[in-house]
Design a protein around this ligand. Structure first.
Ligand code: ADP
Ligand code: ASP
Ligand code: MG
Length: 404
């Protein structure tokens, strides 16, 4: 007997028919003699629809109330799945994040899990029931309902798998596994049999939405075996494992992309100690996450500072930047440009020189200009014009012959 955590994403539970399909899959595992804890996302586009609805009422809705609202989505799917499983003749019981013992910090909208005490889940499993847990949510140390950030059901699943010491955490989704790039954009992208936690973390944190980056981090820290696979087919998906478990290590794992950031330039800023600190402290104090930063070499004691930040933070950032630019004597804030970021990820970069040069060659051959570059030991990211992003992804993917 093994203990499975099975997570089903929004598309996989997007209709009554799909929920029946999930119920059949879960019951199949349970009737084979295993214990099954299921984590569900909200149905289809429910979360987006609830967000839009709230924005019809307020441009900046209360974060606490947003969490109350959004957690309702997962609550619907957990109960519907439980109903469907019971209808198939197997016992099941659903739990909210709070009932499942998921304790978080108090940061509404992007809470972090502090601790899981899954007493009721364990009891249900020991009673031979399928335990269904609403993904994406927990309860804070102040007893308020919280959400874990977009895609957060992945984090619920992996954290529960660690807490329950599950044999495997299966992440069922609308693709067959983790591909060398988003198959919606790169039609010849190839499914990977295995990928390391480090590489998956870099891909996920640079836009590969197939796994939420925080969930990969949790999996790595606790050594959870994660299997990303299709909810509609029974084929093997992709295993996320430690680097040592991968025998044939390719140089490059994949190419990710992100079209959710804007580039801001503070032009002709005095090149003096303390200026960058003031700019980025003001943004940090407003809880705005800045991603990439470049500062040009100075001319006549003046320099340009460019950086990227999520589009959704622009409303908050605009007045801060206007005030700052006057305060520090910048000649102006150049209007925000929507940009895209293409990232190449591979553990083999550590030992193979020339990867960056090849990536830049690929972009140049496609006539794509690079605005900002950033790197980690196993990743190179380039900011490009947003309308060229998909071409950039395909050019880089082709250059490294990642396609099937
Ligand atoms: P779920 O609702 O199941 O959590 P998501 O929409 O969050 O599903 O994630 C699955 C989607 O991730 C796929 O439909 C695909 O478009 C996208 N994706 C982005 N990058 C990749 C990648 N490298 N491999 C597979 N899918 C990817
Ligand atoms: N429903 C949430 C979202 O859309 C959480 C998830 O699907 O993982 O972000
Ligand atoms: Mg997801």
């Amino acid at each position: 007997m093994a203990l499975y955590v099975q997570k089903f994403g929004g598309t996989s539970v997007g209709s009554a028919e799909r929920i029946k399909n999930v119920a059949r899959r879960v019951v199949e595992t349970a009737e084979a003699g295993h214990q099954v804890c299921v984590v569900v996302s909200a149905m289809g586009k429910t979360t987006d629809e609830l967000i839009d609805l709230a924005h019809e009422l307020s441009p900046d809705p209360s974060r606490r109330e947003m969490d109350m609202l959004l957690t309702a989505g997962e609550r619907i799917s957990m109960a519907l799945l439980s109903i469907a499983i019971i209808e198939l003749g197997h016992d099941a019981v659903s739990f909210t994040g709070s009932q499942a013992g998921i304790l978080t910090d108090t940061v509404h909208g992007k809470a972090r899990i502090l601790e899981i005490t899954p007493t009721r889940v364990v009891e249900a499993l020991n009673d031979g029931k399928v335990a269904i847990v609403a993904g994406f949510q927990g309860v804070s140390t102040k007893k308020d309902v919280t959400t874990l950030g977009r895609g957060g059901s992945d984090a619920t699943a992996v954290a529960l798998a660690a807490a329950l010491k599950a044999d495997v955490c299966e992440v069922y989704t609308d693709v067959d596994g983790v591909y060398t790039s988003d198959p919606r954009i790169v039609p010849n992208a190839r499914k990977l049999a295995k990928i390391s936690f480090e590489e998956m973390l870099e891909l996920a944190s640079t836009g590969a939405g197939v796994m939420m980056s925080r969930s990969v981090e949790l999996g790595r820290n606790d050594g959870v075996r994660i299997h990303v696979r299709s909810s509609l087919k029974s084929t093997e998906g992709t295993w996320i494992v430690s680097e040592e478990e991968i025998v044939e290590k390719p140089i490059i794992a994949g190419v990710s992309h992100d079209a959710s950031e804007s580039k801001i330039t503070l032009s002709r800023v005095p090149d003096q100690p303390g200026i960058a600190a003031r700019v980025f402290r003001a943004l940090a104090d407003a809880e705005i996450n800045v991603d990439m930063i470049v500062q040009n070499s100075s001319q006549d004691g003046k320099t340009d500072i460019s950086f990227t930040m999520p589009d959704i933070e622009m409303v908050k950032a605009d007045p801060i930047l206007d005030a700052l630019s006057a305060e520090i004597g910048a000649e102006g804030v150049r209007s925000a440009e929507p940009v895209g970021k293409v990232s190449l990820v591979g553990a083999g970069m550590r030992t193979h020189p020339g990867v960056a040069a090849d990536m830049f060659d690929a972009l140049s051959a496609a006539g794509i200009n690079i605005a900002i570059i950033s790197t980690s030991p196993i990743r190179i990211s380039c900011v490009v014009a947003r309308e060229q992003l998909h071409d950039a992804v395909r050019a880089v993917h082709d250059k490294f012959q990642l396609g099937g």
